[in-house]
Design a protein around this ligand. Sequence first.
Ligand code: ZN
Length: 272
Amino acid sequence: MSHVTRIELGGIVVDVLCDAVGDHPRALPDAFPGAPALGWDAVRNAFPATVGVEGRWRFGTHVLLVRTPDARVLVDAGVGPAGTAAADWLHVTGTLDADLAALEVRPEDIDVLVLTHLHQDHIGWLVEPGTRTPRFARARHVLSEPEWTSVQDAMPAHLRDTFEPVQAADLLDVGGDLVDGLALLPLPGHTPGHSGVLIEGEERRLLFGGDAFNHPLQIDDPGVPSLADADREQAVATRHEVLALARGQALTVLGAHLPGALWPERADAAVG
Ligand SMILES: [Zn+2]
């Protein structure tokens, strides 16, 4: 089982599960095509866990298990098992099934599954690769309306293969509410309807920022884009917004691919 970090928010317990760690096909300066103020050597030295073979961007893909007094929620669905688009792309397979089992959570225990966006490394566990059976058979599958709309005109095959069975099982709830204590927060730019998930416990608040930030260097340099940002200008504005929000409030911020918390601790913990 991979490393699991538990965050207690007061009445709500969040487990951060690392589904998989892999190396992006591109080197860091190509995956983040900008010029960090410190220069790339300093970035590599500051965040060694993000440097993979041949200088490629190494990243973990994280999923949250959120347990509130009356619901179990998964935030994002990772790379997935062998046979998914993301597993083929990164040459790794996810461990979410084993990690949930170790926490004594069965797929059918999940009430709501929320997706920050529809990139392949965030939807991996939704259906079984062979049978295309929805894995989280009872869960409402929630994502933002603009995100769903943005893929309708040219839906890639792997998305169609994933969402047809989810829709056929009547599990898709586009734009639906989450559960008490959790809400979607629009953080557009990485994709048109990209969203964070705000989680409010009795004592602490947490923002899962999805892919708004993909590398800790973007805290000091929010203007350095991620290659995958669909609208770079909007993504930069969103990063500034998240940082302002985090500074103004007692808010822990996590990212789907960041090693450790983005804010307030800028940890360069071991990936995973
Ligand atoms: Zn991602």
